[in-house]
Design a protein around this ligand. Structure first.
Ligand code: FMN
Length: 309
């Protein structure tokens, strides 16, 4: 038996495997296939202050070893989320990592204020891959100053007992500078990575496949980018806990992210083909760690850095 527990900035979870934001709604849909309480945590779809319809269809497209989506931040708004979704997760015994998204710094702060530990929030994940309406629509995650401003606002508005994680975009030249700005602004940890911006054109209609033109690329195709991002950030900021995400389908995929420096691993696109994937990945990861002689998951976190020097 391997001790699979992990610590995210002082919050101990029984195991490191989670759903990725946007790939299991608020967990309830998954509840018919798996016991959500068996996961380290359920990361909920990014929630905004007001209800939103999301983008026009079509908004999904298959790609080689992955998919493009332009769902947008479709959701019920924070009031309905707290009343219905968070309550369901808490009653199911799940640990809830609540993903928030905003279009201004103030909106992020207002959301964080509504998510105390007493409501059953295990951690807040701050999705900063959103356009900043106060800065000509520039994505917060692409600018260290804007990213830091969001994280400072969230950290000061959030319950001190709730760890705050910044979820970063790989679509930047210098990821470490964005990561460092978030950590300096008070982020307790980082989630790496959000989708990569992609696009597909239909050779028959000769038009963009997605109604939203561009979309986020996810799935196995992006796993090497996730591994690289985790590796670079863990090397530069070894004390900052990382939740790794990107293309994980198996326990060996999860192990790769852990060895690069992830203390937790989220499963996203794989859930669409196999809703029980997170539970399967957990079992496979435990077996893979045991086979390699690890008694504790935490001993494997960042192990690849130690062996390559
Ligand atoms: C359909 C879909 C919706 C997503 N929605 C969100 C979201 O609301 N917030 C967010 O931070 N990431 C969202 N993501 C990104 C995932 O959480 C994850 O970072 C990304 O898909 C890479 O992991 P994967 O390859 O395992 O899917 C979404 C991804 C997909 C495929």
């Amino acid at each position: 038996m391997v001790d699979m527990s992990t610590s995210l900035s002082g919050t101990v979870l029984p195991n490191p495997i989670m759903t990725a934001s946007g790939c299991a709604a608020a967990g309830r849909e998954l509840g018919q296939f798996i016991e959500v309480a068996a996961l380290g945590a359920v990361v909920t779809k990014s929630i905004m202050l007001a209800p939103r319809a999301g983008r026009a269809t079509p908004r999904m497209a298959e790609t080689p070893s992955g998919m493009l989506n332009s769902i947008g931040l479709q959701g019920p708004g924070i009031d309905a989320f707290l009343e219905r979704d968070l309550r369901w997760l808490v009653e199911a015994g799940a640990r809830a990592v609540v993903s928030i998204a905003g279009s201004s710094v103030a909106e992020y702060g207002a959301l964080a204020e509504r998510l105390p530990a007493s409501a059953g929030v295990t951690a807040i994940e701050v999705n900063i891959s959103c356009p900043n309406v106060e800065s000509r629509g520039e994505v917060f995650a692409c600018d260290p100053v804007a990213a830091g401003a969001v994280l400072a606002a969230v950290r000061s508005a959030a319950d001190p007992a709730v760890p705050v994680f910044a979820k970063l975009s790989p679509d930047v030249t210098d990821l470490v500078s964005v990561a460092a700005a978030c950590a300096e602004a008070g982020a307790d940890g980082l989630t790496l990575i959000n989708t990569l911006l992609g696009m597909a054109v239909d050779p028959v209609s000769m038009r963009p496949v997605l109604a939203g033109t561009t979309g986020g690329l996810s799935g196995p195709a992006i796993r090497p980018v996730a591994v690289r991002a985790i590796w670079q950030v863990h090397r530069a900021l070894p004390a900052v806990p990382i939740m790794g995400v990107g293309g994980v389908r198996t326990g060996l995929d999860a192990l790769e992210l852990v060895l690069a420096g992830a203390a937790a691993v989220q499963v996203g696109t794989a859930i669409f083909g196999d809703p029980s994937a997170p539970v399967r990945v957990l079992g496979e990861l435990e077996a893979a760690l045991a086979e390699r002689g690890f008694g504790k998951l935490t001993d494997a976190v960042g192990f690849a850095h130690r062996v390559t020097g």
